[in-house]
Design a protein around this ligand. Structure first.
Ligand SMILES: Cc1cc2nc3c(=O)[nH]c(=O)nc-3n(C[C@H](O)[C@H](O)[C@H](O)COP(=O)(O)OP(=O)(O)OC[C@H]3O[C@@H](n4cnc5c(N)ncnc54)[C@H](O)[C@@H]3O)c2cc1C
Length: 397
């Protein structure tokens, strides 16, 4: 009897939970998990805020899956570039596309390309050490405007407002530590009203507890003051002395232009009353969501996670992956694919690169942990070269 085989493209939460679901729902399945970066974990490593170590700890549960002989991580291997997707479709019974939503939505307003304007995902990837974003080198001034009504906007505000001591247990990258203490006024501009904003009230409460920040808010006429988000903001304590940083929430504001000569100087908004308002800004972070781009549609490919259009959080990825695997298994019978698989293996070898497996990740992990000082959990390696070296990719060459 043929053994079921599956490839998963992308080792973020969706890919990892798909692996978990496959192992539970199809015992005996052989799974290869492809990842374009030298490290697994997708946005858990490169998006989730560096001070949210509890969220990042979700990765620990996957050690057991990769200890199985029938599961293989093939990292540092971009499907589509190093390896054509068609080859995967021939070589495996099932191909899950867990490639995330790498495109940041734009405001679509004049001035958006001025210096000092950054997509939130790129900003968070930079401070999290994503190799593709280490050169972003954002200029964070005293006046920061963040546009967006979701938790990523709150993450950016919190990371900017925390003190050095409050960031001491984080894995904020060494190159990004200069942002701590840079901002004096952070304006969170939200197009929605508080009852429509997607902020988690507990995350607002966490902002209100920060050591050196004073949280304030302005509600337009008619806004529902009893909405959980407004209630969480109303509970912000008033500090007896001026705070080092002010975080101002403003609702019902739509960004209509980024103004400045060579670089951003202010952001022009239209309020819910139709009147214009300008907020001075040295830095603008745009946190209005991500898009997956055109899906790779091939026979027997199943998009999962953010690649499938969902924009849920990490726990949501688990349930979505389990459902996608159930659907895929219901329509698939294993086929003889040895020849195609051998061809794929040959192609992997031909590239001469030596891709990184789970043991390689464990060596990177150990190197990063060993380099951490004080209470930091790790000192991240941020270039592909350093990551490959830590994985001892070159030792055997
Ligand atoms: C800034 C930010 C902060 C967040 N914070 C939280 C939080 O605190 N808590 C929470 O629950 N959720 C959080 N989220 C949401 C969470 O990160 C997502 O729900 C989740 O990461 C989506 O998982 P995914 O696997 O679909 O995509 P991703 O995590 O983006 O993973 C996609 C993976 O596919 C790889 N890939 C892409 N193309 C290829 C290719 N061609 N070949 C091989 N590999 C490829 C990528 O390198 C990446 O590793 C946050 C999101 C962002 C943007």
């Amino acid at each position: 009897m043929n053994r079921l085989t599956a490839a998963i493209v992308g080792a973020g939460p969706a890919g990892l939970f798909t692996l978990d679901a496959l192992l539970r729902q199809a015992p005996g399945v052989r799974v290869d998990l492809y990842e374009r970066l030298p490290t697994p974990f997708g946005l858990i490593r490169s998006g989730v805020a560096p001070d949210h170590q509890g969220v990042k700890a979700v990765v620990r549960q996957f050690d057991r899956a990769f200890a199985r002989e029938e599961v293989r991580l093939i990292a540092d291997c971009e499907v589509g570039a190093a390896l054509p997707l068609e080859l995967l479709c021939e070589a495996y019974d099932l191909v899950f596309m867990a490639t995330g939503a790498p495109l940041s939505r734009r405001l679509g307003v004049p001035g958006e390309d001025l210096d000092g304007v950054y997509p939130a995902a790129a900003f968070m990837a930079w401070l999290n050490g994503h190799p593709d974003h280490v050169d972003l080198n954002p200029q964070v001034g005293e006046q920061v405007v963040i546009v967006g009504g979701g938790n990523v906007a709150l993450d950016v505000a919190r990371v900017l407002a925390k003190t050095e001591a409050e960031m001491a247990n984080s894995d904020l990258c060494a190159h990004a530590r200069r942002i701590t203490g840079a901002a004096r006024v952070i304006t969170l501009a939200v197009r929605a009203m508080p009852d429509q904003a997607r902020f988690i009230p507990a995350e607002i409460a966490a902002l209100c507890r920060l050591e050196a920040a004073q949280v304030g808010f302005e509600l337009p006429a008619g806004a529902d003051r009893s909405a959980p988000v407004a209630a969480a903001l109303s509970a912000a304590p008033q500090r007896p002395s001026p705070a080092r940083v002010r975080i101002d929430f403003r609702f019902g504001l739509e960004a209509i232009e980024v103004e400045g000569r060579d670089r951003i100087e202010r952001v022009r908004f239209r309020g819910s009353d139709g009147l214009h308002d300008c907020v001075p800004a040295d830095t603008l972070i745009v946190a209005v969501g991500q898009e997956a781009g055109a899906p790779a549609v091939k026979a027997r490919t199943y998009p999962v996670g953010w690649a499938a259009g969902g924009r849920g959080d990490i726990p949501a990825a688990r349930a979505e992956a389990a459902a996608a695997v159930r659907r895929a298994l219901a329509e698939t019978a294993p086929q003889p694919r040895e020849a195609a698989y051998a061809q794929l293996e040959g192609r992997l070898e031909e590239t001469g690169r030596g891709f990184l497996d789970w043991a390689a990740w464990r060596r990177i992990d150990a190197a990063e942990r060993a380099a951490a000082l004080g209470s930091r959990p790790r000192e991240k390696l941020v270039s592909r070269g350093a990551l490959r070296e830590a994985a001892r990719l070159y030792e055997t060459e």
